[in-house]
Design a protein. Structure first.
Length: 222
């Protein structure tokens, strides 16, 4: 016969498997949301670049930069990146400038959108507008010396393709507002039916083996 302690151990293993299920982490729909792809720009003002792998570059005073710690370059953005060492900066432009990315979405489903906005310059306030599809997420103006701050939203997609866009309308103001670590995930991705974890399968297998082994050891009835 199977000892009581063994049964207790097997049941404990089984229950551990029940609660230890595997949930898939929500996938970021944004390509290169941290702006790290591509060659890193230099650390001088004129080293800023306009290549944004994964994004549509729409023009205007929009650049990808590498964080700097001092000097003229630092007077314009001078922030520490939230993810990696590169981030995007925006100055004059308008709705037809900046950067954008088409995301495959599901109409009627909710999405979590988050990103960091800051102003590391020393001169004046600058603005940034963020849109998701036809909806405006953010229209903000930040004064100088503003560290990166997390902005987050939950929004319902109204189409199977949602345009994520960032741009500034500052005119020819000298200076830039900064953007980093853009993330878009399906809001209810965590509530999808999970696959059973490995401990659950192991627990079931062990219990079945113990059950049949116990039956094989029972004495024959006379």
């Amino acid at each position: 016969m199977i000892k009581k302690a063994s049964v207790t151990f097997l049941l404990s293993t089984f229950m551990t498997g029940l609660v230890n299920v595997v949930y898939a982490a929500p996938m970021n729909l944004v390509t290169n949301g941290s702006f790290e792809q591509g060659a890193h720009p230099g650390t001088e003002y004129n080293d800023a670049v306009t290549d944004f792998p994964g994004w549509n570059y729409l023009g205007g005073q929009t650049f990808r930069v590498t964080q700097a710690s001092s000097g003229y370059y630092n007077n314009y953005w001078g922030l520490t990146a939230e993810n990696g060492v590169d981030y995007a900066v925006f100055s004059n432009g308008g709705p037809s400038t900046g950067i954008s990315q088409n995301l495959t979405t599901i109409a009627g489903r909710k999405y979590n959108v988050s990103f960091y906005v800051g102003n590391g310059g020393i001169y004046q306030a600058y603005d940034l507008i963020a849109k998701f599809g036809s909806q405006t997420l953010l229209d903000i103006s930040l004064g100088p010396h503003q560290p990166f701050k997390l902005e987050s939203f939950t929004i319902t997609a109204d189409s199977s393709s949602s345009l994520l866009q960032f741009y500034s309308t500052n005119g020819n103001n000298p200076g830039y507002i900064s953007l980093d670590d853009v993330v878009v995930t399906l809001a209810d991705a965590e509530t999808t039916v999970p696959e059973p974890g490995t401990p659950l399968l192991v627990g079931i297998g062990v219990l079945c083996a113990a059950f049949f082994a116990g039956r094989g050891r029972q004495p024959l009835q006379s």
